[in-house]
Design a protein around this ligand. Structure first.
Ligand SMILES: Cc1cc2nc3c(=O)[nH]c(=O)nc-3n(C[C@H](O)[C@H](O)[C@H](O)COP(=O)(O)OP(=O)(O)OC[C@H]3O[C@@H](n4cnc5c(N)ncnc54)[C@H](O)[C@@H]3O)c2cc1C
Length: 463
């Protein structure tokens, strides 16, 4: 039981809000992006600054509370919230500062990628991130970061220069190649295991207008398109990125009525060069199979980044299963078509994100993110607004995953995993797991930060 006087003192120590069950803001504040997750924390500290984070961690430690860290709240497994414990919510810390001369960006620990894109675009710069602008900078970065610019500029972590971190014991440290290099190594892929990141410093790149957008084909053409794509994307110039998808066409503009609610396959492209060069590169696939519809053309980078935000608002039911993939064999393609053509709901989808091009320039041991030799990160995503369809989307995703898992590389991208147990986490970090457990021992020996894809301290992990 928490003492009301201690809670009052804690509230007094914060510039941000302390939210309890019964407060009018509680219902909204406990909700994360995935509406399938419903947890009831004892306290939510909406931190306004680093001092609030220090105070929150001290309170959590002194009262032996389970602590969840929330950045953007997008984690599908619900890692940004916990039952009974304390949520350290960074969402008020959303400052972004661009240094145009150095082409660097500093982003607060609660920023969304939309916040960063908004600030960088004014300087014709961008940081590699994901494919949806509402996702949190923190969780996406700490798990790796795969998106439209991966093939050109690498994972998000490959562009991380430094992080400000509040550790489990309340100390504030900077992690970079020069300072606390072991922590910096672990943060780049190791998730929220090591501390609360209050600020990220990124290298940005000159990106303003890209040639981008989706091309869609019928399911009858999916085998040809997938087989073309599997060869194309591993040898294409790094300026082009394209993720493959099975999808259902939404019933509204800009899609033609004839395609509404039709199950199709597609590739969402992003090319950082000229429109002429983009069209030349994509001419072979247009000749192979003319797309049934496409929205490919020059657009500001933030427009691409927010293209799917409206389709996937907060409050939907989400369940997903993932694998890293080295090769897409003919048998795997056949299984994909079998399950991809049975999308259970309009929002459900399957994506293959390239992990190649610039992502392969960094070696497996350089950061905690081990799967540098993978070709794709595959994610099978069951989504629907209606909780009634929870079992339907879950069982479809599991069946699809079961059919494809044996063609995978073993592990999965941590940011695309639900709560899948320690074996799966070890399989994902492979040779890097032992070193991660050692860094955990040094910076969080009591496993204070355990609401995450948990890496236990070495002794507890039997290392
Ligand atoms: C619609 C959607 C689209 C997505 N698209 C992509 C994509 O294109 N590319 C991609 O790589 N991933 C993508 N993801 C996955 C995404 O990277 C993860 O869900 C990630 O965990 C979200 O980060 P967050 O900060 O929003 O989440 P949260 O739920 O807030 O946090 C997740 C976990 O991250 C850690 N964490 C969060 N903030 C901090 C912090 N400040 N300090 C320390 N630890 C922290 C904690 O362990 C926390 O439990 C997508 C997810 C969704 C739902």
């Amino acid at each position: 039981m928490l003492n009301p006087v201690d809670i009052a003192n804690f509230r007094g120590a914060l510039r941000g809000e302390l939210i309890e069950p019964g407060d009018s803001r509680y219902a909204e504040a406990r909700q994360v992006y995935n509406a399938m997750i419903s947890r009831r924390p004892r306290l939510i500290a909406a931190c306004a600054d680093v001092a609030d984070v220090v105070a929150a961690l001290r309170f959590g430690r002194e009262h032996s509370m389970r602590v969840a860290i929330r950045g953007g709240g997008h984690n599908a497994g619900g890692l940004g919230v916990c039952d009974d414990g304390l949520v350290v919510d960074l969402s008020p810390i959303r400052n972004v500062h661009v240094d145009p001369a150095a082409q660097t960006v500093r982003a607060g620990g609660g920023c969304s990628w939309g916040d960063v894109d908004h600030a960088t675009h004014a300087f014709s710069l961008a940081v590699p991130s994901g494919i949806i602008s509402t996702t949190g900078v923190a969780g996406l970065t700490l798990g790796g970061g795969l998106g439209h610019l991966t093939r050109k500029y690498g994972l998000t972590i490959d562009n991380l220069l430094a992080a400000d971190v509040v550790l489990a014991d309340g100390r504030f440290v900077v992690a970079s190649a020069e300072e606390n290099a072991d922590l910096f190594w672990a943060l780049r892929g190791g998730g929220g295991n090591f501390g609360v990141v209050t600020s990220f410093l990124f290298q940005a790149h000159p990106v303003h207008t890209v040639c981008a957008g989706p091309m869609l084909w019928s399911l009858e053409e999916a085998a040809d398109i997938m087989k073309w794509y599997r060869q194309f994307i591993v040898q294409a110039p790094p300026e082009i990125n394209g993720f493959f998808a099975f999808l259902t066409v939404p019933p509204g503009p800009p899609f033609p009525e004839s395609l509404h609610l039709k199950k199709m396959c597609g590739v969402v492209w992003c090319y950082t060069g000229s429109p002429e060069a983009a069209n030349a590169i994509l001419e072979p696939v247009r000749s192979l199979r003319r797309p049934a519809w496409e929205l490919f053309g020059p657009m500001p980078f933030p427009m691409l980044q927010s293209m799917f935000d409206g389709l996937y608002p907060p409050g939907l039911q989400w369940y997903w299963k993932a694998d890293f993939i080295n090769e897409l064999s003919d048998e795997a393609v056949a299984q994909h078509i079998r399950h991809g053509s049975r999308l259970p709901t309009m929002h459900s989808t399957m994506h293959l994100y390239p992990v190649n091009g610039a992502a392969h320039k960094t070696s497996k041991a350089d950061t905690a993110w081990s799967y540098r030799d993978a070709t794709w990160s595959q994610v099978i995503v069951g989504v629907d607004p209606d909780p009634v369809n929870r079992d339907k989307i879950t069982s479809w995703a599991r069946e699809y995953y079961d059919a494809l898992h044996s063609y995978g590389a073993g592990g999965a991208y941590v940011n695309f995993m639900m709560d899948e147990g320690e074996d799966r986490i070890r399989a994902t970090y492979r040779e890097n797991y032992q070193r991660l457990a050692q860094v955990k021992t040094k910076y969080d020996p009591d496993n204070f930060f355990r609401v995450n894809q948990n890496i236990r301290p070495a002794a507890a992990a039997g290392i």
